[in-house]
Design a protein around this ligand. Structure first.
Ligand code: ADP
Length: 232
């Protein structure tokens, strides 16, 4: 479970990015986080990955309290959250298999576990035939699915996707969103940051709208167009 309680976040230059957010995301939920540019979405992601600490309030992530986390606990907390970015961020000199192997070895997994887990997650994202390919030999949609497989490979509780369809065409975007929904139905909590109204409207999911560092709407269903004055 993820819980933000009265969270405020001010950057060193005095910008008040988050102005009081209280939010609970239960295990197994699928959430769209939407809002105009500058609303505070990226800051929320940074709070959820432990990259920044709140100036006020509490952030609880999958059993860890970010404010008083120890140096030893921080990597354990981060391991519970898999992140996917708009620009994929794959290692180009490594094959698909080795991109996944790299993150598994980084947390101390043995070769036997790698040989079992990697084919499973590649099959889940529909790329089991591409294990020995390099990222540059794949389409944008395929590269993003490798990024999803990599985020999943250490079996996180939560997946956070930051504008995951930003570099994909509409068909691939829909396909990718369906894949994230499938991963959610298999038990992973999924948080998707997006400004793609058409996509959000195709899924009956919880939509949290942020503006000016506050939650201005939190409801199931549609992206409330009238509340958005950004890229939507
Ligand atoms: P979004 O992701 O919704 O576009 P951000 O979380 O990136 O919004 O930004 C929220 C506010 O915080 C904006 O006013 C932005 O300019 C500011 N901001 C973001 N990152 C920093 C930073 N590293 N230092 C200072 N201000 C920042």
């Amino acid at each position: 479970m993820i819980r933000l309680k009265d969270v405020e976040m001010e950057y060193d230059n005095g910008t008040q990015a988050i102005r009081g957010i209280t939010l609970t995301i239960e295990d197994g939920e699928f959430i769209f986080l939407v809002g105009p540019s500058g609303a505070g979405k990226s800051t929320i992601i940074k709070l959820l990955t432990g990259e920044v600490e709140p100036t006020r309030g509490r952030v609880m992530i999958n059993g860890f309290s970010v404010s008083n986390i120890t140096d030893k606990q921080l990597p354990m907390m981060r391991r519970t959250v898999g992140v996917i970015f708009q620009d994929f961020r794959l290692i180009e000199k490594k094959t698909v298999y080795d991109n996944l192997a790299f993150v598994m070895r980084a947390v101390g997994m043995g070769e036997k576990e790698l040989r079992k887990r990697i084919p499973y997650v590649l099959k889940l994202v529909g790329l089991d035939e591409k294990a020995s390919h390099f990222p540059t030999e794949l389409s944008g949609g395929e590269q993003q699915r490798v990024a999803i497989a990599r985020a999943l490979v250490n079996n996180p509780t939560t997946i956070i996707a930051d504008e995951p369809t930003g570099n994909l065409d509409p068909d691939r975007s829909l396909e990718l969103m369906r894949l994230l929904v499938k991963i959610n139905t298999l038990g992973t909590t999924v948080v998707v940051v997006t400004h793609e109204k058409d996509l959000v409207d195709r899924f009956e999911k919880r939509v949290i709208t942020i503006d000016g560092g506050r939650i201005i709407n939190d409801s199931v269903g549609r992206y409330v167009g009238g509340h958005i004055h950004g890229k939507a």
